[in-house]
Design a protein around this ligand. Sequence first.
Ligand code: PLP
Length: 395
Amino acid sequence: MYNETMYGLGSHRSVIRDLFEFGKKRAAEVGADKVYDFSLGNPNVPAPDGVKAAAEKLLAMPDNTALHGYTSAQGDANVRKAVADNINARFSAGVTPDLIYMTCGAAASLTVTLNALCEDGDEFILLAPYFPEYAVFVKAAGGTPVVVPFDEKTFAPDLTALKNAVTPHTKGIIVNSPNNPSGTVYTRETIERIAAILREKSAENGTHIVLIADEPYRELVYDDIEVPYLMNLYPDTAVCYSWSKSLSLPGERIGYIALSPRMYEVNGVYAAVCGAGRAQGYVCAPAMFQYIAAACVNEKPDIEAYRRNRDLIYSSLTEMGYDCVRPDGAFYLFVRSLEPDAGAFSDRAKNYGLLIVPGDSFGAPGYVRISYCVSHDMIARSLPAFRALIDSYKK
Ligand code: PLP
């Protein structure tokens, strides 16, 4: 009657969603002030005022048929031009509007790109720790995920392992920096070394490995850290972007794919992107939010709010004795579990009202993820619970 794989995906919620649901139930039982929910990556910073202004201006138009109507499948032409102009102004990447494809958020950017590329037997490399949905998306596109481990001191990928993981079947690699769940921003040197490995292996195997740059956190970096624009360092690059995190619009489902003009057979790949969007039934990205995004390409997130949260949670937890790497971007802190089984650690944390996500599904057992896109006040109130949790391991 139904597809077993889809049944499995639909009936077993992700660990993150499970924790979130548990938190709501627990808040009803013991009071919301005693539950510290660090499970979801749902931005708590309001969307910039420019978003509201753009929406009001659009809604005030006397004729709203275009506003609520279909756009071209690949996105409105003026919107794609605004996106390409913005990319070129910031990164001098030489992108043209006909290489931009508007999507329903980064998740759709990824599924469309993967479906556009994947053929029978293809493998896609995931650099741990990684966003758990990557494995779901790769398998759904018919590919095989291949996981590469990381350096535990920096959370950068283990480049020797990467070299060994590439085979003649490798079609692509997903690079996510700033990273969910570690908050790491890969340095230019790391990216250059990844690019060199991909070039060397592509030449050796007669392939063209596509670098899929998943960038919903590009704008969320602290301390003027550089986030290199990957298509400038490696020609076969597809950027998967969304405004979900940068403009706090995750529920509006708006993003894009940008293909490098230097990509091998780029026009064919773009046609396959359009085909994959069609086959997946996307029709077009939400029209109104395409126009809003185009009007807001230069809007900036309130990074200060996240920085205050980062500084408080990182300094407090390390001072208590937790082991974590200081995040340079996104809004996650990845902490070493206080016992080998991060699931058991996360369960124990629940007794203190702390909802933190075990790292196993991120390809990083032995760690937990703390999402600090929450109120500063909640972080401050949660600190005694973190203290009690670590003390419970000393008894
Ligand atoms: N990629 C990463 C690394 C993410 O963390 C997320 C969402 O949390 C996504 C993609 C999906 O983003 P969107 O909501 O824009 O689909």
